[in-house]
Structure formats: C-alpha cells, structure tokens
Design a protein around this ligand. Sequence first.
Ligand SMILES: Cc1cc2nc3c(=O)[nH]c(=O)nc-3n(C[C@H](O)[C@H](O)[C@H](O)COP(=O)(O)OP(=O)(O)OC[C@H]3O[C@@H](n4cnc5c(N)ncnc54)[C@H](O)[C@@H]3O)c2cc1C
Length: 377
Amino acid sequence: MCAARAGQRGRRVLLLDHWPKVAEKIRISGGGRCNFTNLYTSADNFLSDNPHFCKSALSRFTPRDIIALLQKHRIGFHHKHKGQLFCDDSAERLICALLQECAAGGVTHWQPCAVQAVEGASSGFRLRTSRGWVAAPALVVATGGLSIPQIGATALGYRIAEQFGLPVVPPRPALVPLAFDPQQWAPYAQLSGVSLPVRIRTGNDCPPFHDDLLFTHRGLSGPAILQVSSYWRGGDALHIDLFAGLDETAWCKRKIGNRRTLSAELGVHLPQRLAQQLAASTAQAQQRMADLSDKTLRTLWRQWHDWQLHPSGTLGWRKAEVTAGGVDTRALSSTSMMARKVPGLYFIGEVVDVTGWLGGYNFQWAWSSAVACADAL
Ligand SMILES: Cc1cc2nc3c(=O)[nH]c(=O)nc-3n(C[C@H](O)[C@H](O)[C@H](O)COP(=O)(O)OP(=O)(O)OC[C@H]3O[C@@H](n4cnc5c(N)ncnc54)[C@H](O)[C@@H]3O)c2cc1C
C-alpha cells in the first residue's frame, strides 16, 4: 500500500521482501478471505502505550477508503458481523489489486531479496541485500511483527529501530490461544470442542468482550479468548461470565415451581458437557432447583457469573495472529510515521506499537499507517 501510493505520488520506489511469496498474511487471513477492515474502526479498538497515536492516520485513511480501493478493482466483499468486512472470493484478489497499484506507481519489486544490513549515510540509507547494495534517501520499515515465523516473520524491524536508537516496547504474542497447567486443566481437557458465548475480561485495562469461547485440549481459544489474550499478562486471572445475559434475579426466579435438578437446569443454559463438568464439582448438583435456598442460588450464580481461571501462558508466536508492542510510538510522528530523531526513517503497520482487536482492525492500521507515510514521503 505504501509503495503503491508513494510511487503514484511520483517517488522512485524499491520494494524489498525476503519471503518468496508476496503478502502472505493477506493470503492466509480471514480463512483465505481477508477481513480487510472494520466499519466501526476507532482508536478504542487498539492497544498501545500511547492510545492517541493511531488517531491521525486512522482519520485520514478510513474503512471507506479501503472499500473504495476494492470497488475500483471490482472486488466483491460482504459484511459478516460486528462491522467486519471480508472479500467474497479469495484474498488473492486483494493482493493482485495492490500489485496492480504498485505497477501503476512504477514500483520496482525485488522478492525474494534478503536485507542483510542497514547503514545510515549522509544522503540517507545504504542497505546490503542479497542482490547487492542499494541506497535511498528514505527507508520505510514494514516488516510486521514476530507472529507466524513459519511464513517469514523476523525481528528485523525491531533491530533497525534499536540500531538507530529508537525504543521498542517489548513484543509479545497477541490474539493468541491461552494455555493452562496440564494438571489444572485435566478436568476440562475432555471439553475440547465445546464452545459457548461468554462475557469475558482480564487485567485492569481490558474492556469486557462478548464473544464465543472454545475449550481445547491445552486450554482456551475462540474469539473471546483471542481478544482478551492481547491484554493478558502472566499471573492475570480471566473473569468469565458463563451466564452472559442471565442476571442474578432472573436466575433466582428460575427455582419457582422448577422440579429440575441443578445439574439439569445448568444444561438449559450451557452446553451439556460443560454443564455436567460444572455440576460434578457442585455439592447441590442433584438437588431440585425448587429446594435450593435463595442464598445458595446467589452464591452459585456469582461463582459462574465470575468464573475465574489462571492461564499459565499463551501458545506463543506460532499461533499468535499478531504481535503487541513494537517500535515505541513516542519516537515517531503520528502524522508521517517518521522517526522524530532520524530524518528519512519510517515505521508502519504491525512493527509499530499499535495492535488492533480481532475483526479487521489490524489491516486497517496497516493501510492507514502506510498511506500516512506515503503521503509524507
Ligand atoms: C493467521 C493470521 C490471520 C490474520 N487475519 C487477519 C484478518 O483477517 N484481519 C486483520 O485485520 N488482520 C489479520 N491478521 C493480522 C494482519 O495479517 C497483520 O496485522 C498485517 O498483515 C500486518 O501488516 P504489515 O504489513 O505490518 O506486516 P506483514 O503483513 O507481516 O508483512 C511484513 C512483511 O515483511 C517481510 N519481512 C519480514 N522480515 C523481513 C526481513 N528480515 N527482510 C525482508 N523482508 C522481511 C515479510 O516477509 C512480510 O512480507 C492476521 C494474522 C495472521 C497471522
């Protein structure tokens, strides 16, 4: 996006990438259909040490603008839910569109081409690459994060930042399944495949998310977990409301004339296998709802309304959709993405400490930051 736009503005652009295939993450994203934006994108959908940083770029290249690009290339798309837009066909169409835009801007494209070293020079930068030395007055680093090293993610962007004296917020896996100590998880491992809607939060600055949670052999996954994983820090508890939508009073009223056992009643609200598992650890499981005291019902409701679990870690870089942390935004201009103290050096996309929620926000940040940069080159 940045190369195409800069080229079309008359800049002479060389695009370098070490991986044999172009835009691999667009290709594999959204189950092959790329959730390329979210209609409701705002700064509130991003994590960053500086939550205001992303506002300028997001306001200047919006979801409407990326939609216009798809329309220009006659790429069909649809709204799935919660503002998420996906390509109708293959994400490959979007990659072709970006390559056509690059061609229209006269961009020279070397791929695969490894970048072995970067040097500052009086007139800009010199790069040692697998195809020889190149020199340029400006260098845009768009190397992404560390997620999915099996398709080419590397730490080059962070290394360049550090080489030029820019601080880096320590990168950590985000939008990632969470794992539990195998012994602690043993009773739940058999629930693998069970999914249910929940309300969930963790840590101090995590907003509550309403989405589906999925039990796995090793822990928890599903959109609800991916969302909170970006906020989760070692030692934090997950607070899960299994009764999302059923308030305390409504639950207590369920006892009136109810001859079901507590175990059977749980099965009305939750998937059967989970209901049985929770009942197995509840002394009153076989008592009839009608016979339970209000006090007991309230205690049980509070327990499942705020079910607390302590993950032992994440499934790491190989399973993380994105990387939280990255080049510290305090070192960058929010209008141009240029390093304040290194004229001509720019950082865009996921390598920057701006991380979107699940739902198309990360691509929107990639497009918006790319355009902000291109327009300043
Ligand atoms: C499985 C998966 C699904 C996803 N689905 C979605 C989705 O549906 N919607 C959404 O918004 N986001 C999604 N994301 C996140 C999204 O893909 C990224 O946030 C986005 O691609 C970041 O764009 P970028 O240009 O900053 O980095 P990337 O797309 O990661 O591109 C970085 C490029 O830099 C190259 N590179 C890396 N190191 C070097 C080096 N040393 N030398 C030369 N080149 C190098 C890489 O080969 C790569 O081509 C998904 C991520 C994954 C892993």
